[in-house]
Ligand binder design. Structure first.
Ligand code: PHE
Length: 370
């Protein structure tokens, strides 16, 4: 009888205590913590709506990369080796995702990057995917916008040489803008964390640029834009998705008014039912509109859970196969097809800062950029 009870207890505890762990690798502190914070909010909302899969409880294990590459790789190793997660969401910045991807790839555990847009994140890898478009598309969209819509002739580009994202996006922009629009480009360089941009701005002003483009992240964009206006620059500002955090406006204030940037999502453009429901649920939970990273974090989590369901397995290799064969997944940021390289095929959205808010301007699809 005793033995029987013991066995019963063991079976019961396996059932109650068995769990599926999903790792969440994010910049929760450091230079781009706002991106991490928003992504975490989106994931929390998704988790509150779906926290079991295959009849087991899902546990989220958060790991902070401190917005750095080395820590991103360390944290990925911890999640896999110590926490035994079956899949990992993250990171945000391409450089950090690339560093972490080496580890995920070697351990054969699927990684789903959220908004890391540099091609190298997934290139040549079997276990790394993402829920966003990539920078050749984003750079081309920006070049079309600058050349066609803004009729730009001279663009000064602020390049953050510490970020693969920034360097890549600059090059993809350049390729299209020089070839198709015969425009002139001046590149000026800085590093993540810099706060003073007067030397670079003096060069941009001397070059007579009609557009200043930023290919880095919100902190430096906000500061450089302020200093540019203070130095008398009157032209346009444009940027890539690295501008997309409400903190851009909080820090930049009036100076970023009018700035255009390319991105993945804006709540105002939510059309489908699930996209609208997401905005409502987010407002209810957090008392604010979702920022772009919240929507993509939500999608990354739901896509992984959906893949676990389709794989009918906790085996990371099988889950990865299901992730890589995702087609027509309905995300709150749009439909997601994962292509043969692990990249999502999606539209680029252009947003403008208007009246202190992110305002939808237009959508550019891959077919418009051929
Ligand atoms: N696309 C950027 C990168 O690859 C990251 C990013 C996306 C940051 C969106 C902010 C918002 O590094």
């Amino acid at each position: 009888m005793k033995r029987f009870l013991l066995i019963l207890f063991l079976i019961f505890s396996i059932f109650v205590f068995s769990e599926i762990k999903i790792g969440v690798l994010l910049p929760l502190t450091g230079g781009i913590s706002a991106f991490g914070d928003w992504t975490k909010k989106g994931i929390e909302l998704a988790y509150s709506q779906k926290s079991t899969v295959l009849g087991e409880k899902i546990t989220l294990v958060y790991a902070d990369t401190r917005s750095e590459k080395t820590e991103a790789a360390n944290a990925m190793a911890r999640l896999i080796d110590k926490e035994k997660v079956v899949a990992v969401i993250g990171e945000i910045a391409s450089s950090n995702s690339i560093a972490a991807a080496e580890i995920a790839e070697a351990r054969k555990v699927p990684q789903v990057a959220v908004t890391s847009t540099n091609p190298l994140v997934t290139q040549g890898k079997k276990f790394v995917s993402r829920v966003c478009f990539i920078d050749p598309l984003q750079g081309t969209a920006l070049a079309e916008f600058a050349g066609k819509t803004l009729k730009a002739k001279k663009v000064a580009i602020f390049v953050d040489i510490e970020q693969d994202y920034s360097v890549g996006l600059t090059n993809y922009f350049k390729e299209r803008f020089e070839k198709k629009y015969k425009g002139q480009i001046l590149e000026v360089r800085y590093k993540s964390g810099d706060q003073e941009f007067s030397a670079q701005l003096a060069q941009a002003l001397a070059f007579n640029s009609d557009v200043i483009m930023f290919t880095g992240y919100y902190n430096e964009i906000a500061l450089a834009a302020q200093q540019a206006r203070a130095m008398g620059y009157k032209g346009y500002f444009i940027a890539g998705d690295g501008a997309d955090a409400p903190e851009l406006i909080k820090i930049g204030g009036q100076a970023v008014e009018g700035l255009y940037f390319t991105t993945h999502y804006v709540p105002e453009a939510a059309k489908t039912k699930i996209a609208k429901d997401f905005v409502d649920a987010f407002k209810k939970k957090f008392n604010t509109l979702p920022a772009m990273n919240a929507a993509l974090g939500y999608d990354a989590y739901m896509l992984i859970v959906n893949a676990i369901e389709r794989a009918k397995s906790k085996d990371p290799v099988k889950i990865n196969e299901a992730i890589r064969s995702t087609k027509g997944f309905q995300g709150v940021s749009g439909n997601i097809d994962i292509d043969e390289n692990g990249n999502a095929v999606k539209d680029v959205i252009i947003v403008q800062v208007k009246g202190g808010k992110f305002t939808y301007v237009t959508t550019i699809g891959p077919e418009d950029l051929k």
